[in-house]
Design a binder for this molecule. Structure first.
Ligand SMILES: *Cc1c(COP(=O)(O)O)cnc(C)c1O
Length: 226
């Protein structure tokens, strides 16, 4: 079942890349397995998926302990300082850092694990009150510079969630806004690689706007009942 869904998604990714003149190999597909059992992850892995995303610290820890495959784990949720210890051991990427306090804690834990932790900064492009993330260019530049001073943080890029709406213009504006911050940072000498944006209902738009990582749950695993 997942094999068919994966194929449909792949076709859509290829079409969006073609439209945008991009190479599909420049887009990492992260299968968001939150709330889904290990069996579904095994099945998805057999179908060829390698990147998996979780948004709860203990859930990531427990799944990583249980699933002995060569999975690249992504922590995509909002992280609290006291949960960082569960995540740094297993997550190759942490997507949603948005404060010095959380960067400090990740840096400290990564030093203990003797690893360089790949991190993305979450940006709240549309300024929605309900969302986490950095809101202004100044905040983004400041935290980017701060990350580069930390010995065990490997800053990879930026992440955002578009507003939940059917209005394509609003979604596109959020993604292109993130891309503009990304380009501006890189033209100021930062060397960011990843733009994590796009979920089940908007990933094709995200690809057109430059996403290098898309995070898909529902279209791969079906609806979550939580
Ligand atoms: C749950 C989640 C996703 C996946 O959402 P779908 O709409 O099911 O694709 C992507 N990103 C984040 C941060 C999430 O929490």
């Amino acid at each position: 079942m997942i094999t068919e869904k994966f194929k449909i998604v792949n076709d859509n990714i290829e079409r969006a890349c073609k439209l945008a003149g991009r190479n599909p190999s420049d887009v990492k597909l992260i299968a968001v397995s939150k709330t889904k059992p290990a069996e579904m992850i095994f099945e998805a892995y057999e179908a060829g998926l390698i990147h998996f995303g979780e948004n709860k610290a203990q859930e990531l820890r427990d799944k990583a302990a249980k699933i002995d495959r060569n999975i690249v784990w992504h922590f995509i949720g909002h992280l609290q300082t006291n949960k960082v210890k569960y995540v740094v051991k297993d997550a190759e990427y942490i997507h949603a850092a948005d404060s010095k306090k959380i960067i400090d804690e990740i840096n400290k834990r990564a030093a203990k694990e003797e690893k360089s932790q790949k991190v993305l900064l979450e940006v709240n492009v549309s300024g929605e009150e309900t969302k986490y993330g950095l809101r202004t260019e100044d905040e983004i530049f400041e935290l980017t510079e701060y990350c580069l001073k930390q010995t065990n943080i490997d800053l990879q890029g930026l992440m955002t969630m578009a507003p939940f709406t059917d209005d394509e213009k609003i979604i596109r504006a959020a993604f292109s806004g993130l891309k503009q911050y990304f380009d501006k940072l890189n033209s100021n000498g930062f060397n960011l690689k990843e733009l994590s944006m796009g979920m089940s209902h908007d990933y094709e738009i995200a690809i057109e706007e430059g996403a290098t990582m898309i995070r898909l749950g529902t279209v791969l695993f079906g609806a979550r009942n939580r």
